[in-house]
Design a protein around this ligand. Structure first.
Ligand SMILES: Cc1cc2nc3c(=O)[nH]c(=O)nc-3n(C[C@H](O)[C@H](O)[C@H](O)COP(=O)(O)OP(=O)(O)OC[C@H]3O[C@@H](n4cnc5c(N)ncnc54)[C@H](O)[C@@H]3O)c2cc1C
Length: 511
């Protein structure tokens, strides 16, 4: 324990993790595996943050993230370590994804041949796609390594418009970014929302040629291969969930971290850091407000050697920080813009859905919303993907409303949203009558917007980490929104904390 007066052996170090979302739990899991004492503080009454599954009346649905990918090596390792491989659940026909064009769902082409045949894009846009590798050659000035300020803050829309034209932005990029981040192409920064593509352009000029070349290089590089413990290759692009929903991942992590180490209904209010970390005091003192009746920790200050913060920055801004007895004011931390989103789960009798579609789901470009009076961002075909999530005579759908184009609508009452969802599903899938089942979840701060000035946010995080010894920040306000990215973010923060603790131990034993 921190503060132990046993001087014969090096004392076990302790780390506080703030937030029991998937990034905080992934960090805590990694720390525990390395023999570090860990306490996770979670303001809410459950672990999981933006991951939450629920069930009722034979239906099972996710209220936050619905699927994830093994985009990062850390994800595959974690799934193996937790023994979750057998519980991974892959959606049926997951490559069948639809986009609305001229008011009706059209299959998104998944390869060059189907792109040529597809009606999603005009002939002009198809040419633009095929010509991009020849137009954006490696000799472009953007590849000199010098990137101008204008390009550092370039929007997603401008980047894709330069490479592929406006129709690609309107019909492929806009619905994709709305569906994955609630954002819109003009507000989002290409550098922060799609860092891999931004880097491809810097390196290769052409995004398409760059993607092909880097894939070939990765194939040749054994280190970059994503393979499981048996050496079997794993597809990093395939989406999946778990039997029992995404909650199964959270429950497995929670279980491994240990129930007693995760303090639910416990809000961190203030954090104080002694300047260079006096070993006996642990270096950090954290004060909490626990709504857990009977909690022994109520109002108590607790000592730790390091802190991993995973709470959204809007919450961090409300916390009080002290350094060496003086206030450490976070006035340099810019205000982050969060996008609101409503998620509507609805079910219909199978005979009431006249044009059901097999596959993953349908996205509605903003242009089509305006032209055809559609109000929703898109719908996941939840029980088509996972038939065990609804009684066999019903279809279950998960529809999203809001995001940066429709902020006000996100907060509309359930009755209004039910009408809008029913109306859109009537137009797209031929749904008749009213849903047999409705659940509404409103996320006021669903996603941080990685806007064009997001660099100032990342710089402020860096400043906190630099000025507060033993403080590490992780989660979706920093390293990407996808579940895989935040797992990697939490794991990376844990590794940094472990290195910090090791350097402290060496420092202490040499004095
Ligand atoms: C509706 C929706 C759908 C999504 N769909 C997908 C998807 O299909 N695929 C995908 O990859 N991603 C998806 N995402 C994104 C993904 O779910 C999130 O980016 C990710 O789960 C965020 O994890 P996190 O740990 O960084 O943050 P969070 O989950 O936000 O966790 C932060 C935690 O900190 C806690 N906290 C805050 N303040 C304090 C305090 N003072 N003291 C203690 N605790 C505090 C909060 O209560 C919260 O539990 C979706 C997100 C939403 C909202």
């Amino acid at each position: 324990m921190a503060g132990s007066d046993d001087t014969r052996a090096a004392p076990a170090r302790s780390v506080a993790v703030v937030g029991a979302g998937v990034s905080g739990l992934a960090a805590a899991y990694r720390l525990r595996k390395s023999g570090v004492n860990v306490t996770v503080f979670e303001a809410g009454d459950r672990a999981g943050g933006k991951i939450r599954s629920n069930s009722e009346g034979g239906f099972l649905w996710d209220e936050g993230a619905n699927t994830m990918t093994e985009s990062e090596l850390e994800v595959s390792r974690l799934i193996d370590d937790l023994g979750l491989q057998d519980r991974q659940q892959y959606p049926n026909s997951q490559h069948k994804r639809y986009i609305v064009k001229d008011g009706a769902p059209v299959l998104i082409p998944s390869d060059p041949i189907s792109l040529i045949k597809s009606s999603v894009l005009s002939t002009k846009s198809k040419f633009a796609l095929f010509l991009e590798p020849f137009i954006y050659k490696k000799t472009s000035t953007r590849n000199s390594g010098i990137v101008s300020d204008e390009h550092l803050s370039e929007s997603v829309g401008s980047f894709f418009e330069r490479h592929f034209g406006q129709e690609v932005v309107d019909y492929l990029i806009d619905p994709f970014v709305a569906g994955t981040s609630g954002g819109d192409p003009e507000s989002l920064s290409i550098r922060h929302a799609f860092p891999a593509l931004w880097n491809l352009e810097k390196k290769y000029g052409s995004v398409i040629a760059g993607a092909i070349l880097s894939k070939l290089t990765a194939k040749r590089d054994p280190v970059k291969k994503t393979s499981d413990s048996s050496g079997k290759r794993r597809n990093r692009r395939v989406s999946f969930s778990f039997l029992g929903g995404m909650q199964s991942l959270i429950d497995a992590l929670h279980n491994e971290v240990g129930d007693g180490n995760v303090k639910l209904s416990t809000e961190v209010l203030s954090l104080a850091c002694s300047v260079d970390g006096v070993p006996a005091s642990g270096g950090w003192s954290i004060s909490i407000d626990s709504k857990n009746t009977g909690s022994k920790e109520f109002g108590k200050k607790q000592a730790f050697d390091a802190v991993i913060m995973t709470a959204p920055l809007s919450n961090v801004q409300k916390m009080k920080f002290m350094k060496g007895g003086a206030p450490f004011v976070l006035d340099f931390l810019p205000k982050v813009d969060y996008l609101p989103l409503s998620l509507m789960v609805t079910a219909y009798k199978k005979e009431d859905v006249k044009r059901p579609l097999e596959g993953f789901g349908v996205l509605i470009p903003y242009k089509e919303q305006q032209k055809h009076g559609l109000k929703t961002l898109g719908t996941l075909f939840s029980s088509m993907m996972f038939p065990d999530r609804a009684p066999s005579d019903q279809f279950l759908y998960t529809t999203f409303i809001g995001g940066s184009h429709n902020r006000d609508l996100a907060g509309a009452p359930t009755t209004i949203l039910k009408q809008l969802v029913t109306s859109d599903l009537r137009k797209l899938l031929g749904v008749e009558g009213q849903p047999t089942f409705v659940k509404h979840v409103y996320w006021r701060n669903a996603f941080p917007l990685y806007g064009r000035d997001y660099n100032s946010v990342l710089e402020a995080i860096e400043k906190m980490e630099k000025n507060l010894p033993g403080f590490f920040y992780a989660g979706n306000n920093k390293d990407g929104l996808a579940v895989g990215s935040v797992i990697a973010s939490g794991s990376k923060a844990a590794d940094l904390a472990i290195s910090y603790l090791e350097s402290r131990t060496k420092h202490d034993s040499s004095h």
